[in-house]
Write a protein that binds this ligand. Structure first.
Ligand code: SF4
Ligand code: SF4
Length: 70
């Protein structure tokens, strides 16, 4: 997994707006969750913008990176 966990979220929605690939969504109570982990590009924007440092990212992608076709 690339974006690993969201713990201690206060529901500001910043990470949802920051993610360029729409990986993160918010529940009805505002808490962020990882909706589409395979789409994470490990850009770290969500982690950098989170005001309470709630997001943990690991270096590995959840699916292999395709470097060439054929
Ligand atoms: S690391 Fe980047 S692509 Fe991955 S969830 Fe965070 S903002 Fe989205
Ligand atoms: S930026 Fe942080 S506090 Fe705000 S919704 Fe995302 S994980 Fe929660």
């Amino acid at each position: 997994m690339s974006i690993k966990s969201i713990y201690g979220c206060m529901g500001c929605g910043t990470c949802v707006r920051a993610c360029p690939t729409d990986v993160i969504r918010q529940r009805k109570d505002g808490k962020a969750y990882i909706a589409y982990p395979a789409d994470c590009q490990i850009c770290h924007l969500c982690r950098m913008y989170c005001p309470v440092d709630a997001i943990t990212i690991t270096p590995e992608k959840s699916i292999p990176v395709v470097v060439s076709w054929g």
